[in-house]
Ligand binder design. Structure first.
Ligand SMILES: [Zn+2]
Length: 63
């Protein structure tokens, strides 16, 4: 008998993501690179951070 696959299992397996607790949609880990100015030296550098994006927060992430 085949094991019943949940939506969360399916998303995890196919995209390496998980389920958003807010909207219940699939989330996707995205690497964001942003320029950032050092407060003391004034030099610009790029800062990389990982964010989890889904339908309900992608607007705030990419702003
Ligand atoms: Zn969401």
């Amino acid at each position: 008998m085949a094991k019943k696959q949940t939506f969360a299992d399916k998303v995890k397996k196919e995209r390496g993501g998980s389920i958003c607790p807010v909207c219940g949609g699939a989330t996707q880990p995205v690497k964001l690179v942003r320029p950032e100015q050092d407060a003391t030296s004034g030099a610009w550098k790029f800062r990389t951070r990982m964010v989890v994006v889904c339908k309900c927060n992608q607007k705030s992430v990419y702003d």
